[in-house]
Design a protein around this ligand. Structure first.
Ligand SMILES: Nc1nc2c([nH]c(=O)n2[C@H]2C[C@H](O)[C@@H](COP(=O)(O)OP(=O)(O)OP(=O)(O)O)O2)c(=O)[nH]1
Length: 138
């Protein structure tokens, strides 16, 4: 707990899209957002009343124009990570099947990256352990 009292717990849901060549899509947080310039998995905050799967489907549609089906989202890992001003809890799903062609719709940069190369990208601090999980378990 910080000196200023308890930090809010933020619930986020994210997804690693995996293409047939075994590459994973990551996105770079655009200028103007917190943690701009860092790479992360597509996703976002879970809105009230949403399941994490619904959040991922909504965010992939908004950010990338792709439509995964909910049953194509496979729970893979989660993080519980303290940032300075909040604490993030975030499940990461894996998805190998979706409709549409992933393209950056919100001014973000995207990259398809082999799992061995994920460590070469400057990831959000909460995502670093996820990259290691992907490298070791995928
Ligand atoms: N989407 C996503 N967010 C992550 C990851 N790792 C990580 O620490 N975060 C943090 C960054 C943000 O503080 C928070 C997600 O908020 P966001 O700003 O992307 O979500 P959002 O689009 O729903 O929010 P907003 O801009 O509408 O406020 O979680 C990740 O892999 N993916």
């Amino acid at each position: 707990m910080s000196a200023g009292g308890p930090k809010p717990v933020i619930h986020v849901a994210a997804c690693a899209l995996l293409d047939p060549d075994g590459r994973i899509l990551i996105a770079r947080r655009p200028e103007g957002k917190p943690m701009a310039g860092l790479w992360e998995f597509p996703g976002g905050k879970i809105e009230p009343g949403e399941t994490p799967e619904q959040t991922v489907v909504r965010e992939l549609r908004e950010e990338l124009g792709v439509e995964p089906c909910e049953r194509c989202l496979h729970p893979f890992a989660f993080v519980s990570h303290p940032y300075e001003t909040f604490h993030i809890v975030m499940p990461l799903f894996l998805c190998r099947t979706w409709d549409g062609f992933a393209r950056p719709l919100e001014g973000q940069e995207i990259a398809w990256v082999r799992k061995e190369k994920l460590g070469e990208y400057r990831l959000s601090p909460a995502d670093r352990s996820l990259a290691a999980e992907i490298r070791d378990r995928l």
